[in-house]
Design a protein around this ligand. Structure first.
Ligand SMILES: [Zn+2]
Length: 80
């Protein structure tokens, strides 16, 4: 089974994008996390261990599609 989570990010300019996290939730299987970008500029990355947001943002080189502003975990929209 693959568990998918979407994380909304909002840029200073108001543009929004999504980071989609796909993770294997099989118990006892190797940790496998895949991050993909939707509606923003950056590259998809894979981690075979738990990664934290600063690391993920750095490796994905996330930028606003509209104005090119670099994104940081500060741009994550907190969701209930
Ligand atoms: Zn922008």
């Amino acid at each position: 089974m693959t568990l998918r989570t979407t994380n909304l990010v909002r840029y200073v300019c108001g543009h929004e994008g999504v980071i989609r996290l796909s993770e294997n939730d099989q118990p006892y299987s190797a940790c496998d996390e895949r991050y993909d970008v939707i509606n923003l500029r950056g590259v998809g990355v894979n981690f075979t261990r738990m990664a934290d947001w600063p690391e993920v943002f750095e490796q994905m080189s996330l930028q606003c599609l509209a104005c090119g502003t670099k994104l940081t975990p500060e741009n994550l929209v907190k969701q209930p």
